[in-house]
Each structure stands twice: as C-alpha cells, then as structure tokens.
Design a protein around this ligand. Sequence first.
Ligand SMILES: Cc1cc2nc3c(=O)[nH]c(=O)nc-3n(C[C@H](O)[C@H](O)[C@H](O)COP(=O)(O)O)c2cc1C
Length: 214
Amino acid sequence: MSNLQIIIGSTRPTRAADGVVPWVLDRATTHGAFDVEVLDLRDWPLPMFGEHVGSIGDRADPTYSDPIVRRWNQTIKRGDAYLVVTPEYNHSIPGVLKNAIDSVFVSFAFRNKPVASIGYSGGIAGGTRAIEHLALVAIEAEMVPLRNSVIIPFVGSAFDESGDPKDPMTDASLRIVLDDLQWWATTLEQARAAGELAPGSYRARAAQAQLKGG
Ligand SMILES: Cc1cc2nc3c(=O)[nH]c(=O)nc-3n(C[C@H](O)[C@H](O)[C@H](O)COP(=O)(O)O)c2cc1C
C-alpha cells in the first residue's frame, strides 16, 4: 500500500486544524488505499531554514545543521503521496509549513510524488489562495500538485458535533482527492521504480558547465 502522509500546516494553540484533521484522518484511513501517517508540524520543531554546503556534508547522506532536519528529510522520503491540511495566512500558507517544505533540502524527498491540499479559513475564501500558493511551491520541490482539492470556508462552523462536515460536497471533494492521490501514487511509484531523470537543477548546472567549457 502507498504511504500517505497528512501534513498539518498550522501549529498555533487553539488552531482550527484540530477540527479538520480527525475527519481527514478517518476518511483517508477508511478509503483503504493507504498506510496513513500524520505529520503534525507541532511534533517537528524544525529550525528556521539555514542549511548550506557546510551543514550538508555528504550529499548522498546529508547531516544538516540539526538531527531533526535529517529525520524530517528521511521521514518525507518514505512518503508516496502527501495531503497537506493548510489554513490561509495572509493569502498564503503559514510560514511554519513553508519552512518545513524548504527544509526538505538536497534529499529531493518530495520529488516525483503527488500532493493535494485541504484548505480552510475563517472566512469565505476557504484557503483557496493558500492552495494556489502551495501548488507553486510544490512545483519547485518537484512534487506533482493535483488539480482537485478540498476547500472549507467558515471553518469554525463547517463541522457538526460528530465531527462530520455539514456540507456533503466537502466529503465528496475529499473522496475525489483521495482517489486522485491513489492513482497518482501508484502511477508514480511504478514510474520511479522504472528509473528517474536526475533533478532538473543538476541537469541545468551540468548543461551550464558544458556550455562554459565549450
Ligand atoms: C496570521 C493570520 C493571517 C490570516 N490571513 C487570512 C487570509 O489571508 N485569508 C483568510 O481567509 N483568512 C485568514 N486568516 C484566518 C485564518 O484562516 C483562520 O483564523 C484559521 O482558523 C487559521 O487556521 P488555524 O486556526 O488552524 O491556525 C488569517 C489568520 C491568521 C492567524
């Protein structure tokens, strides 16, 4: 089974994420296609990104500036698909989530794996702008961002006493996202096993060196 990692993008006390994540976890587990792992960034107090050539050491097995950065890279590496639960902060994703993505550095752990988003916010926008930003960040991390997502406006009143979404389309949207993640995770697992190109940045550097040499 594919390993689906649910990444919780808010860490603040009283976060609305705690009303969303139990539902996501339940639906992802009962979907049946995944081994589900929750990566709560509260459990990952990563330093503000500051890696450099000196902190990396051996590129094949980087040491990083702090053991937690190494563990974070190794953990992301074992994921086959990512489902990011993110609020919208100032029309983007929270800094803590961006920092966690930036911290996947040199290992290319996200590379050629699908990612989808569940966005929420206190207002009508429902995290749409955070979802759009995250897709751009995901491209640069060489993930495969998926078209479908889950949008939860007015998150404070979006769930009933049992923790189920009041709008049935919210559940339908998550089902669609999980089906997409299953298809892409399986497809890309097979493709990676058949052989991957070197990362784009490496190939660009090699091309540049060749052009300078010639
Ligand atoms: C720093 C900050 C910036 C925010 N910016 C936006 C925003 O741009 N658009 C929006 O719809 N809601 C915005 N909100 C409201 C949040 O989406 C809402 O408070 C949500 O519950 C935050 O998720 P959390 O409680 O899990 O951290 C912002 C909240 C904070 C704390």
